[in-house]
Design a protein around this ligand. Structure first.
Ligand SMILES: O=C(O)CCC(=O)C(=O)O
Ligand SMILES: [Fe+2]
Length: 350
């Protein structure tokens, strides 16, 4: 089996039961990120109620919640949000339809297959190097905003209701994203649109459905290798029952608890650039589970490709000099650095 054919078939292997994982999936224990600990302690990740950022909250409540947000971003790097107004039953529907898609026969899913070297569509690992360790996951990645960039031939018609669900979910999450960009700016005493202006009105937003089949050797294989998200803000809907996401703080891995109806928020590298390093994009990974499959939905926003992003002026001063060069099309920087096994942010230090 060559790597490319393997990369198409994680679920098939899992269905066959408990055979050892093929070598391309085995994660090197000597990795600088440490060996795989399937169940580290829960991390100190706060829960922020974003309904408090809108009227009729008192200014004291707003102030307290903004302070909680700022300290969450500085110390814990990652947090969960409640009070987002998306109903519990709709979140269940998003998870249910997502799972149903991945459980369809391969032949049906292949109708939406991601072309090689493209991001959009159904598939598993994008192979960028021969030595790459593969993730134990399948993905369906779809562009959701701007609306005129939607490529409907990748949007599943099966299970029925999937397209309507995604249209609705994307709108809801976009509103959460806008609230967060504004709140994060306010938490730094910036004008609320400081980050939104920089990412642009046509900022691309992608929805990524991640499916992790069960795996007989969670000690050897990762659902997703350690990475930081590269965009602005990632809003993640976790599986309702199965844990797996871990975040690294100061060299240690911590797991994220499942809180009913909460969404997990991670900032990406572009937010690290725009905040002049005050906020950092956390390294995170996903472990696999021997008994149960897991599904998550990440909605990722990034700056318009042609727009230059850089530290917001007010965040650069003598004590805090500019950390990164201004950059356009950060996605291309990420892709190139990945191939050279470099960290993207390290290649644009000022
Ligand atoms: O499945 C998860 O919990 C996280 C997935 C993730 O990190 C990603 O899609 O970037
Ligand atoms: Fe991620």
């Amino acid at each position: 089996m060559d790597i490319v054919s393997l990369s198409k078939g994680v679920p098939e292997m899992a269905i066959n039961g408990d055979e050892p994982p093929p070598p391309p999936y085995v994660f090197n224990k000597q990795s600088i990120f440490g060996s795989i600990d399937v169940s580290p302690p829960y991390g100190p990740f706060p829960v922020i109620d974003i309904s408090l950022f809108s009227p009729p909250s008192s200014s004291a409540d707003v102030h307290n919640e903004l302070e909680k947000l700022r300290s969450a971003l500085i110390s814990a790097r990652c947090f969960q949000v409640i009070g987002h107004g998306i109903s519990s039953s709709f979140l269940d529907k998003v998870r249910e339809l997502g799972k149903q898609f991945f459980e369809l026969p391969m032949e049906e899913k292949q109708k939406y297959a991601r072309p090689t070297n493209q991001v959009e569509g159904y598939g598993s690992n994008m192979i960028v190097s021969e030595n790459q360790v593969l993730d134990w996951s399948d993905r369906l990645s779809l562009s959701v905003f701007p609306e005129d960039t939607r490529n409907f031939h990748y949007w599943p018609q099966n299970p029925s209701g999937f397209r309507e669900m995604l249209n609705e979910y994307a709108k809801e999450v976009k509103s959460v994203e806008q609230t967060l960009y504004k709140a994060i700016a306010k938490s730094l005493n910036l004008e609320e649109n400081s980050f939104l202006k920089m990412v642009g009105e046509r900022a691309p937003v992608r929805a990524r459905f991640n499916f992790y089949p069960r795996c007989s050797r969670p000690d050897l294989v990762l659902g997703v290798k350690p990475h930081s998200d590269t965009g602005g803000i990632t809003i993640l809907l976790q599986d309702k029952d199965v844990e797996g996401l871990q975040v690294r703080i100061d060299g240690n891995w911590f797991k994220i608890a499942i809180i009913p109806d909460a969404l997990v928020i991670n900032l990406g590298d572009q937010m690290q650039i725009m905040s002049n390093g005050i906020f950092k994009s956390p390294l995170h990974r996903v472990v696999t589970n021997p008994e149960k499959l897991r599904m998550s939905v990440a909605v990722v926003s990034e700056a318009e490709v042609d727009k230059e992003i850089g530290a917001v002026d007010e965040l650069v001063n003598e004590e805090r000099p500019r950390l990164y060069k201004n950059v356009k099309n950060f996605g291309a920087v990420v892709y190139e650095s990945y191939q050279k096994e470099q960290i993207a942010l390290d290649t644009i230090t000022a």
